[in-house]
Design a protein around this ligand. Structure first.
Ligand code: URP
Ligand code: ZN
Ligand code: ZN
Length: 489
């Protein structure tokens, strides 16, 4: 099977030029001007952007959480991702406390295999890592799971103590893998939740009021400090606010191998959403919560200056009916999470590129190339180059849509609301190739469950500026952790 994409404007993280792309089988075979090659299918991309498919390194499909399960399955969630221009996700398998992480991986393979529209990979959520289990981390890496998520929040459920975090980071540093950190002080948050409930505050907005930015910053500070002493890289997930961003910047300035992502909800929604009438604020009960609006400019600034490396979605959908409603009388029982896997590319193109916040190349870098590099998928994913997987999006920069759960062109997610209801965007995914197969074309789904495959990821491949590179070499050259003075020592 071959496809010739003609007359498009190819944009990668570093390039921007007019050319044709010839895809043979799964991969890109030839890129050049006016290619005269016979192909099974020819697409005219005149006036369109031809960009690498989005890589979303933070989704939760079919995830048991908060007494229920996220409403998108691997089938529905990956199809929605494809409609939105994302061609690879990294989802989270979750270790059951006291059991093997390899068992958890088997369970998640069972959920996803043969069902996805696009390629997928897994991080492992570690809930328990005594010394005798630490070698499992290497075995996971051999299975292509080269990153782990640990939580500083959700005591008694997901929270890892600092010793566990240190052990996991040390092993990751040795193995060339990566710890992702949910950075929030969950112990203090639980105290604030108890106080709020004791005072009779049950409404969704108390979710935000009991999770102050300082407690996210404290978690980030602690995670970064532990990584520094463990001589390991760290990736802060869903960074939501200026206070945490400042901790990140300070650690990066010390030479810590620190990465972070933010998400569209923190760039485009704010704490006022919790004041929507009735119980509607529950739609935005996600963690960390939405912040005061002024944080948004700071986050865009962090994306521009490369303090922040990635825009993921943290797609974690729960319907209002029967799911969010579990917390109608107690905000702490509302399952945490919100939808977005389908809307990321359009929202960030519109508000980021057209809004003057980031360049077109940076858009590609943040939504595709950087996550592919950091999480060991590059250059198979994250770029358009000869030999790369033909995960390609033909993006119409002029097509306007209104995002709505009632708009069949913008809502294929299995959820009964949109977090971005009524948002107007200019810039829309028209055609999607997943490893050379056209799976979406002009609003029509042409794929089938099982088109996507599990991708074994390579080692952590962090991104460094020249100065950060030098610091990294010093750190990796290593010395004893005991008594380490830190990156400057
Ligand atoms: O609210 C969120 N983000 N739920 C998903 C779990 C997590 O912490 O990423
Ligand atoms: Zn998290
Ligand atoms: Zn998440």
């Amino acid at each position: 099977m071959s496809v010739l994409i003609k007359n498009g404007r190819i944009v990668t993280a570093v390039d921007d030029y007019q050319a044709d792309v010839f895809v043979s089988g799964d991969t890109v075979a030839v890129i050049g001007r006016n290619l005269a090659i016979e192909a099974d299918q020819v697409i005219d991309a005149a006036g369109k952007l031809v960009i690498p498919g989005g890589v979303d390194p933070h989704t939760h499909l079919e995830m048991p959480f908060g007494g229920t399960t996220t409403s998108d399955t691997f089938e529905t969630g990956t199809r929605a991702a494809a409609f939105g221009g994302t061609t690879c996700i990294v989802d989270f398998a979750i270790q059951t406390k006291g059991t093997s992480t390899l068992e958890a991986l088997e369970t998640w393979h069972g959920k996803a295999a043969g069902r996805t529209a696009i390629d997928y990979a897994f991080h492992m959520v570690i809930t328990d890592m005594p010394d005798e289990r630490v070698p499992e981390m290497r075995r996971l890496a051999d299975e292509g799971v080269t990153s782990y998520k640990l939580f500083m929040a959700y005591p008694g459920v997901l929270l890892s103590d600092d010793g566990t975090i240190f052990r996991a980071m040390r092993k990751a540093g040795e193995d060339g893998t990566l710890v992702c950190m949910h950075a929030e002080n969950g112990i203090v948050i639980d105290e604030l939740v108890k106080i709020a409930l004791a005072q009779g505050h049950i409404e969704p907005k108390y979710h935000a009021l009991t999770r102050p930015t300082r407690l996210e910053a404290e978690g980030a500070h602690r995670a970064l400090a532990i990584a520094e002493v463990a001589r390991a890289p760290v990736y802060i997930v869903h960074l939501s606010c200026y206070d945490a961003l400042q901790e990140l910047r300070m650690a990066q300035a010390r030479g810590v191998m620190a990465h972070a992502e933010t998400c569209p909800q923190y760039l485009l929604l704010d704490v006022d959403c919790y004041d929507e009438p009735g119980f509607d604020g529950a739609k935005y009960v996600l963690t960390p919560p939405l912040r005061e609006k002024w944080n948004q400019d700071e986050l865009w600034g962090g994306l521009r200056t490369s303090a922040l490396d990635v825009i993921s979605t943290d797609h974690c959908p729960f319907c209002i009916r029967e799911q969010k409603e579990l917390g109608r009388d107690d905000f702490s029982q509302i399952p945490n999470g919100g939808p977005g896997v389908e809307n990321r590319m359009s929202l960030i193109y519109h508000h980021g590129v057209s809004g003057g916040n980031i360049t077109l190349n940076r858009f590609v870098e943040l939504t595709s190339t950087s996550p592919a590099k950091i999480f060991g998928l590059f250059p198979r994913k994250g770029t358009i180059a000869v030999g790369s997987d033909a995960d390609i999006v033909i993006f119409d920069p002029n097509q306007e849509e209104t995002i709505s759960r009632h708009n069949a062109r913008t809502h294929h997610m299995n959820i009964d609301y949109s977090a971005y209801e009524g948002f107007k965007v200019k810039g829309y995914t028209e055609t999607v190739l997943s490893r050379g197969k056209i799976i979406v074309d002009k609003g029509e789904y042409l794929g089938r469950p099982g088109d996507g495959s599990f991708v074994k990821r390579g080692p952590y491949g962090g991104l460094y500026s020249a100065t950060r590179d030098a610091a990294r070499r010093d750190i990796l050259a290593g010395g004893p952790v005991l008594g380490s003075p830190g990156a400057r020592g």
